[in-house]
Design a protein around this ligand. Structure first.
Ligand code: GLC
Length: 753
């Protein structure tokens, strides 16, 4: 009799789950009721199963776990002990695992399928740091939308992006994955990416659930070494590290991922303060938190958990809802509940959060909605994808220097020597975090420039950057010392009117686990640059890199320098369009370039300290052997035209909405875009404030000789800051206002609040 009632109730619940909701988008209360009904018939093991995420059976993006194999994973799928899988991609593969979960388990709860859609799926857009250099929030949102559409066509419905970690340390390889050093820009970009990935309706099969990561302080790893300790003060935590996560949460992001690092002695995965007090408490976040790969079990290495069972207890009680690849929850949680060390309420809360997101995706109505073979063929790699990637790539390029206006290049009648292995490299422009991209699928600079056939173009490799096999697990990256191809390059340079040199890093020289202690050009590229300079000084240096580099010699000698990052599938076309002037560069640096690695961490807005300089006597904050100044400041970027800033004014008549206006004029001969930037300094604070903080920007486009008045509105949100109790406050007093085309601003004024 009992079994009959149970079967009937299961049938009712599932029928209810699959019933067509009257509304296209089910209301939250509808979903909450369905989640409650489902939880009511689930066993403890099945609830814990929702908290368990397995990697697919091939791609790994972390250390390959000793446990778990395909057979065991299939068995767990059938038992309802898996809530999610990552790195399963392609409609056929997703359908295969979804079929087991939905048609062979007792309750048929669908899987949520996660993947690192960081800057595209198969079609790669520029690395996120490059996209951030566009300061074009609409373009960045569009790029995320395209990535979502392409990944969703491959069966994916959850991306582990956007990475919103602020970092001021270019030694850390994952700066390529974020939005740079600034909290204001980073917060705006976090919102653009969440909205791009998730769209207006998560049940739309062209959208993905997004994931704000890595919560938190991962970008403040000591000495720029990945996974290293983060030890920061309250002011930095509240004013620099947390705001982009809060912006993502307020934008409706449905998942968070915690981070490998410890924060002030507590591993983030086991940090109740971060995950329960701040995220789920103060911020009232009702989505779910996934651990980073193996981060639960890594609390043993941290010296925080004595064994895996203890790690599972700590993580679950701290608010980590889903276990990525530690096998800790699936093996330990049921016993912990029976022993009273983890309450069933914790399990219910975690499972509820996960099920809610699955309902929002519409997976209960149609678990195979993302498995459409026709759409997969039509969407992946389509012209729409590549057009968007090209547009984003052009907007991401930053013109760092252009003496004698060597750029734009003339389109015909010139001899151009293209030099550097990266110029023909079709892999590196795809950058790191491009799991689903086809190898060697990027348009190279050589291919892009060959489309402009009016000039005589020669190519010579000059110097390779890296030999070796850069796979994920056993990387053999040996920076090349081979100078055997220098002579051919030198001969070509001697005969050329202009030399275009493409130098920098290979695609996997930045990214996860790719910290560098030196930030110069790898291998013998610097030597090559100096040898070429000896025979031809008309050099355009095009950087292909995933992080700021200390190219100080180049800045002192090379007349023209272009920051072209790793621009994705359409890299070569975008770079060629900028070099030949078919696109006027408009990018601005989202991260400071140091003169020397010894200056790092370096950023545009430090505190003034008690001994600012420069001073005549030696007792002020400086280096004996290097300037305090960066090589290129945050917000820097030139154009093929010029802009003038004048008439700054402040209107404080409305205390709650102070208006700052400035007039910008295009004083050059071609149309151009400019990112007008507004910075503030709260001169005296109960907690010291930075010498300036970005508090507004506007991307404008002006015809030659055209002017535009730009007005910024300053509210409490811009004037305030978090004190050391984590309270957001606004203090009366003097504020300095700075406006310009970079953080080295050209106009300033003051007002009293
Ligand atoms: C990695 C990264 C994380 C990624 C996850 C899944 O180790 O830290 O950002 O989303 O594992 O690939």
């Amino acid at each position: 009799m009992k079994k009959c009632i149970l079967l009937l109730s299961i049938f009712f619940v599932l029928a209810n789950c699959k019933s067509e909701s009257k509304l296209n988008v089910e209301s939250k209360s509808d979903i909450d009721k369905k989640v409650d009904s489902l939880l009511g018939v689930m066993t403890l093991e099945e609830k814990i199963g929702q908290m368990n995420q397995y990697n697919g059976f091939w791609d790994v993006t972390g250390p390959v776990p000793s446990e778990g194999d395909a057979a065991k994973k299939y068995d767990h799928l059938r038992k309802g002990l898996v809530g999610s899988m990552l790195n399963v991609r392609g409609v056929a593969n997703v359908r295969k695992v979804q079929k087991v979960a939905v048609e062979e388990s007792r309750l048929g709860i669908p899987l949520i399928i996660g993947f690192d859609v960081i800057h595209g799926y198969e079609t790669q857009s520029p690395i996120p740091l490059a996209e951030s250099a566009s300061w074009d929030l609409e373009a960045i949102k569009k790029s995320a939308q395209m990535a979502a559409k392409e990944a969703a066509a491959a069966g994916i419905n959850w991306t582990f992006a956007p990475m919103v970690d602020i970092s001021r340390d270019a030694r850390w390889g994952r700066v390529m994955e974020g939005a740079g050093e600034d909290v204001y820009l980073g917060s705006k970009i976090a919102v653009a990416r969440v909205e791009g990935f998730q769209g207006e309706d998560l049940s739309n099969e062209e959208t993905l659930v997004a994931c704000a990561k890595h919560f938190a302080a991962y970008g403040f790893a000591e000495s720029g070494k990945d996974y290293n300790t983060a030890d920061v003060g309250v002011s930095t935590l509240y004013n620099t590290i947390l705001p982009p996560f809060k912006a993502a949460k307020d934008a409706g992001v449905r998942t968070f991922m915690n981070s490998f690092n410890e924060l002030n002695g507590i591993p983030a995965t086991g940090d109740k303060f971060l995950q329960r007090e701040i995220l789920k408490g103060e911020w009232n976040f009702d989505g779910f938190v996934v651990s980073d790969w193996g981060s639960i079990m890594e609390m043993m290495d941290h010296g925080f958990a004595k064994d895996k069972k203890h790690a599972a207890e700590l993580a679950a009680n701290a608010g980590s809802d889903m276990d990525m690849e530690s096998y800790a929850y699936v093996n330990e949680l049921a016993n912990l509940v029976k022993e009273g060390k983890v309450s069933e309420a914790v399990i219910n809360d975690a499972a509820r959060r996960i099920l809610k997101v699955k309902f929002e995706l519409g997976l209960f109505k149609d678990p195979y909605k993302y498995c459409n073979e026709t759409r997969e063929k039509e969407v992946i790699g389509s012209k729409e994808m590549h057009d968007a990637a090209l547009d984003m790539a052009k907007k991401s390029i930053v013109l760092l220097k252009n003496e004698n206006n060597i750029l734009p290049l003339e389109k015909e009648g010139k001899k151009i020597a293209l030099i550097g292995a990266l110029a023909a490299d079709k892999n590196s422009p795809l950058g790191s975090w491009r799991l689903a991209a086809k190898d060697n699928s990027a348009i190279s600079v050589l291919e892009g420039m060959q489309k402009y056939s009016g000039n005589q173009l020669t190519f010579s490799e000059g110097a390779k950057v890296v030999f070796g096999n850069t796979n994920f697990i056993n990387e053999v990256e040996v920076n090349s010392k081979d100078t055997s191809k220098f002579q051919e390059a030198i001969q070509n340079a001697k005969k050329a009117d202009v030399v275009v040199m493409v130098l920098g890093e290979v695609g996997f020289q930045s990214g996860e686990a790719r910290s560098r202690a030196n930030l110069g050009l790898p291998g013998v590229q610097q030597e090559l640059l100096e040898e070429i300079y000896k025979v031809n000084k008309n050099i355009v240096l095009v950087l292909n890199n995933g992080r700021p580099l200390t190219i100080t010699w180049a800045d002192e000698h090379i007349p023209t320098i272009v920051e072209a990052w790793q621009l994705g599938s359409q890299a070569g076309n975008a770079i060629a369009e900028v070099l030949y002037g078919d696109y006027n560069p408009s990018g601005k640096l989202p991260m400071t370039f140091p003169r020397a690695v010894g200056q790092v961490p370096i950023y545009y807005n430090p505190k003034n300290t008690g001994r600012p300089g420069p001073k005549k006597e030696v007792f002020w904050s400086h280096y004996q052997d290097e300037s305090n100044a960066p090589l290129y400041p945050f917000g820097h970027g030139l154009s093929y035209t010029t802009f003038k800033y004048e008439n700054i004014s402040v209107d404080t008549s409305l205390k709650e909405n102070i208006k700052v206006s400035v007039t910008v004029t295009n004083t050059g001969k071609v149309k151009g875009k400019e990112v007008v930037q507004l910075y503030l300094r709260d001169v005296i604070g109960s907690v010291t404030r930075p010498i300036k903080e970005l508090k507004g920007f506007e991307l404008i486009e002006l015809e030659p000789s055209a002017s535009k008045e730009i007005t910024f509105n300053l509210t409490k949100n811009e004037l305030g800051f978090f004190n050391n109790k984590g309270e957001f406050i606004v203090e009366p007093g003097e504020f300095k206002v700075f406006v310009g085309g970079s953080s080295v601003t050209s106009l300033e004024t003051i007002f009293n609040y």
